[in-house]
Design a protein around this ligand. Sequence first.
Ligand SMILES: Cc1ncc(C[n+]2csc(CCOP(=O)(O)OP(=O)(O)O)c2C)c(N)n1
Length: 566
Amino acid sequence: MAVQPSGRPMLAAEAFVRALADHGIAYFFANPGTDFPPIVEAYARAKKTNARVPQPVLVPHENLAVAMAHGAYLMTGHPQAVMVHVNVGTANTLNNLTNLSRDRVPLILAAGRTPVTEKGAFGSRSRPIHWAQEMFDQAGMLRELVKWDYELRNAAQVVDVVARAHEVSMAHPRGPVYLVLPREPLSASLSEPIGPTKPRPLAAPAHPDPKAIGTLAEWLATAERPLIITSILPNDAVPVLAHLAERCAIPVITHNPRSVCLPSSHPMHFGYEPGALLADADLIIALESDVPWIPQLQAPGAGVRVAHVGEDPFYVRYPMRSFPSDLAVQAGAVNALTALSNAVEQRLQMAEARIAARRGRLAERMRNRRAQLAKDAGAGERISPEYLSRCIGECVGEDAIIFNEYPLRADHCPREKPGTLYALGPAGGLGWGFGAALGAKLAAPDKLIVATLGDGAYMFGNPMVGHWVAGKYNLPILTIVFNNSRYGAVRRATLSMFKDGAAGENDGRGFADLDPAPAYEELARAQGAHAERVENPADLPEALARARNAVLIDKRQALLNVITPY
Ligand SMILES: Cc1ncc(C[n+]2csc(CCOP(=O)(O)OP(=O)(O)O)c2C)c(N)n1
């Protein structure tokens, strides 16, 4: 038996948390149960021995824990660990796990498993729940959402299992993995000492096929009206896209945006809806865009060429997806854009006049666009989401990092720097933004972190838990609730189908009415936040400044409940 300096043999649980730290995992977000005693013991021992382990963060709801892990990943580039209680805790992660899965976010999600043995072993069943919580296949409930799942069967394997979980989650395209840890092997003493583990090297994103890039460069150099549609890009791809779009005068649409793909002031940033540019284009490059447009509502013109570019341009885990395609380029976005920029440069001599003419046309379009935007975001009698978005942008500054769960109008809240806006993933599982912002603050304490949430999204985010976490771990973030007292998206969906039906007679409010809205500011105040309700447009800039200062100067969490009828 491997005895440590403390005189105690090392537990598999100790090796587990140490191996996580060895793989760069800084936080262990956890919600425990009777499967956790070995973990509790491991942390208690680590405190005594100064062993390097991830910082434990108790989160009183699993779904929020997963969102926090996402936020921390975005700040650090390292996957984080979440550990939850057996099948029931796992069930509570599924919503945000869906978001992370579709957004290709690496995460090591671990869960205990009810003890396997009914008696006779250290850790055998000791509570009635240990019979009822057992499942035939605990991982079955989330297997579609993870890249890999595994059950620890042999305690001595625990470090190898962590290494495997880490490398699979970080292999491109990245994504969550799931590890099941039954109580007996987790509490077993190891017979061999396990020292620090050296992580295996990870692979860089793939480079594109030169032939496919040559074809795309040829198409781009000869296109009259090319268009790039993207949805999410790694931060280091932004300057590369900015250069290509500027050099070749290619308008860029960020459809269903999840990150800053192009600085807002870039002359080729044409907003968030494909609109007329789509119908007009003769070449469309869908770059890391799962849904570049909505076929039921919009269509590209006849004879258009469409190329899909990205780490997985086929979105192989989407059961159904049938966008037209003339070319698929499978590669990391930076590599693909760099190769395309280089390849097209050699072909531009003949295209310069065409590019200059296009640049002129687009400049005119951009002038009209900006004039319209300025009109939309003026202060009216009530606070519109456009005006609120503009005021937020002006108040928080260019370095603030915004987590948007729906309501922010990105057109009115300019973001110049990559990594300063993240939005709910394409699966749209509500209850993400508050937790993601808290996780980001934990990992990047010097940043101003802002959560912009619909009132529905705020409620889905488990606010009592979120405010508690913010207080407990000293995470002062600024939360702004766009309070329209309704599920606006549900109402819009109803009206889009049944405006003339019986549901339309009620203005589509059925199942969408959140009146009477709770006094969110009072709830937040009760949990230690600086909190205000704002109803008058003229009061908004100062209320925002007070809330921002509460966060930045007083280091308090802050919440604004902004009444926005939309
Ligand atoms: C977990 C989950 N449940 C339900 C939905 C369906 N849904 C989509 S948008 C929405 C309403 C969101 O309301 P709110 O955050 O207030 O924003 P608004 O639509 O009013 O702008 C709902 C319920 C969802 N996306 N996720």
